[in-house]
Write a protein that binds this ligand. Structure first.
Ligand SMILES: [Zn+2]
Length: 74
């Protein structure tokens, strides 16, 4: 795997937007969906390293939980 000197990214591989490193097939990854960013930057639907995505997931999960409570669903 020679990803080190491919500055623009390998079109065959997925790159993590957080740390700008390629995501190996063997690495845990998370597909992130930012609803607010759907039209901005194209980050939505990109794969992130699971570790890189975790802080965002916690934020999103908390927001969803608040929303769920606010709408009375459980
Ligand atoms: Zn990453």
């Amino acid at each position: 795997m020679a990803f080190d000197c491919v500055p623009g990214g390998d079109p065959r591989g997925q790159w993590c937007p957080k740390c700008a490193r390629p995501i190996a097939e063997s690495e845990p990854k998370t597909i992130m969906h930012f609803r607010e960013d759907a039209d901005d930057g194209g980050l939505s639907g990109k794969a992130w390293h699971a570790e890189c995505a975790r802080p965002y997931w916690e934020t999103i999960t908390r927001a969803l939980d608040i929303l769920r409570r606010a709408t009375g669903g459980s």
